[in-house]
Design a protein around this ligand. Structure first.
Ligand code: ADP
Ligand code: MG
Length: 231
């Protein structure tokens, strides 16, 4: 279980304070207006930005004092951080070892993950020779190959056409179930949340002001969420 208990950060323009529980094998969609603090929340969990108080626990163990690289967490952003001079295989491998030194088991793992996300035939290509959707599959493959229990995704598929977006979301859903991942997915498409998420959290002005299952979208309680959804 991933737990945020009043995990806080403060900036001159914004106070942020988040409380959330997310279970293994679930996808929690984070929705909310631009500037609400969704990306900052992921950065606080990943350790890329500092926190001032509160708890961040995974299975009861505190993560707050750990360096980002030591946290059992993988983050995937919209610009998937692929290296353009490396092959797809190397781009996945670098998620496992920065010097690309992999055990035989890890090499097999890369092939397996590449098959799962539908890029097994592209391993020798470079990202510049791939479509946007294929590039995001590589980003997802790298993230999954790392085999960390917590996966943070910041609008990873937003630039893609709806059909492709939903295909990759289905893939994420399957892998979440199979591997028991704890996934937080920032999205500005409520329809994505409605389609794949188990839980939905509405982030507004640095806080989660509503959370629940998918019903939240059909029965918003606050005027802020109603406004956000355009109702
Ligand atoms: P979202 O992803 O929901 O669009 P962000 O997390 O990017 O929102 O931003 C939320 C707010 O947090 C920003 O408007 C800003 O006021 C504040 N913030 C986040 N990171 C920093 C930072 N490094 N320095 C100053 N302010 C920041
Ligand atoms: Mg953002």
């Amino acid at each position: 279980m991933l737990e945020l208990n009043e995990l806080s950060a403060s900036y001159p323009e914004q106070q942020l304070c988040f409380s959330l529980r997310a279970a293994p094998g679930t996808i929690t969609a984070l929705i909310g207006p631009s500037g609400a603090g969704k990306s900052t929340m992921l950065a606080m969990i990943g350790g890329f930005t500092g926190t001032s108080s509160g708890q961040l626990l995974l299975d009861g163990q505190s993560l707050r004092s750990l360096e980002p690289a030591r946290r059992p967490i993988t983050t995937l952003f919209q610009d998937n951080n692929l290296f353009w001079h490396m092959t797809v295989y190397q781009n996945i491998a670098i998620g496992l070892h920065p010097g690309l030194k992999l055990s035989t088991l890890q090499q097999q793992e890369i092939i397996r993950v590449a098959e799962q996300v539908g890029i097994a035939g592209l391993l020798e290509r470079k990202p510049g020779q791939l479509s946007g959707g294929q590039q995001q599959r590589v980003g997802l493959a790298r993230s999954l190959a790392r085999r960390q229990p917590v996966l943070l995704l910041d609008e990873p598929f937003s630039a893609l056409d709806p059909a492709l977006r939903f295909e990759l979301l289905e893939l994420l859903r399957t892998q979440t179930d199979k591997l028991g991942l704890t996934v937080l997915l920032v999205t500005h498409h409520p329809d994505e949340a409605a389609r794949v998420a188990d839980r939905i959290a509405f982030v507004y002005d640095g806080k989660i002001i509503e959370q629940g299952d998918r019903e939240l979208l059909s029965a918003p309680r606050t005027s802020a969420l109603r406004n956000y959804l355009g109702r």
